[in-house]
Design a protein around this ligand. Sequence first.
Ligand code: GMT
Length: 380
Amino acid sequence: MKIGITCYPTYGGSGIVATELGMELAARGHEVHFISYAQPIRLTGLEDQPEAARRITYHEVEVPTYPLFDHPPYSLALATKMAEVAEHYSLDLLHVHYALPHSISAYLAQAMLAPRHLPFVTTLHGTDVTLVGQDRSFLPITRFAIEKSTAVTAVSQHLQQVTREVFKVRRPIEVIPNFVNCHQYQRCENPSLREQFAPHGERLLVHLSNFRPVKRIPDVIEVFARVRSKLPARLLLMGDGPERANIEYLVREKGLDQYVCFLGKQDAVYEKLGVCDLFLLPSQLESFGLAALEAMACEVPVIATNVGGLPEVIRSGEDGYLLEPGDVEGMARCALQLLEVPEQARAMGRRARQTTLKRFCSSLIVPRYEAFYQQVLDAC
Ligand code: GMT
């Protein structure tokens, strides 16, 4: 198949899923065209797969600037590029990740190419529905985007249900969960890296996100402070975003700065996850929680919240623990219980890896996308 993929190319779960999907599809023989305003950040490591790399093309969307345009019209530039690429490379379909504005651009591209029919699949990732879609001003256009898509997928049953409730759409929404490449994401005992982060054999906790308020990173710090008061421990914070400065301030205020390491945006997150003992994700809401899955693949148990799609990913008591948002006391108790007996944490981490292997490996999920595309094409 010849597939055009559009996503937000910078850090964020939806862009990561879209990029990993494109690379996996190319490795399976499909021709993949990424269409976006910047090269997707995870589009790396292709030197090791020259065959797949030959099947991947990146098309940059240039947004015209003109004094009249206070707001450069990205959605229109994207629609134009989608139509151009679809025509020139005879794409079979477009797959857009995140409803706004990508589905609307795809809808326009489809209209521009008529009478030729260019189907487009929209994958809903979460914040496009739960945050953006619920802003009243965006609700009608998000609903329109969902209705006009040739087919729609959601990354969890929770998101499927919320989408139906919020937008009152009756059309089918296929649940295809997120995935992780289980060969790449695995535990890697790397004593020198671990020593770099925990030089005195301390327990190593980790959090990875785009540092947005919905992630509740102050709760990560609260839990860590409680753990650290009982056990020697260090905390790695990976990622960056609008909350970073507040968190740095909070860490200093609590006198924890020498125990907390801000790594910023990272490539090859699996290398760092693979030396950690415990992952914290105390989010207010997660439609899936890709970062938690990445940790689980690296045999790192997860303490997260009992919200959104997280219970579909993490079995509380097996792969980690799920608690109510804001329950930092409970999270600290679970963390201590696990970290006080390191073998217990390792055993839970190994179970988390088993869950990942059984349910979320790219080798299981990517074929579901292929089958879904075929179904879409057969119905056209
Ligand atoms: O979490 C974010 O703020 C970013 C957002 C995105 O679209 O990049 O993440 C959403 O999509 C991810 C990939 O499907 C999911 O793993 C995240 O749970 C979801 N975030 C939320 O629902 C808050």
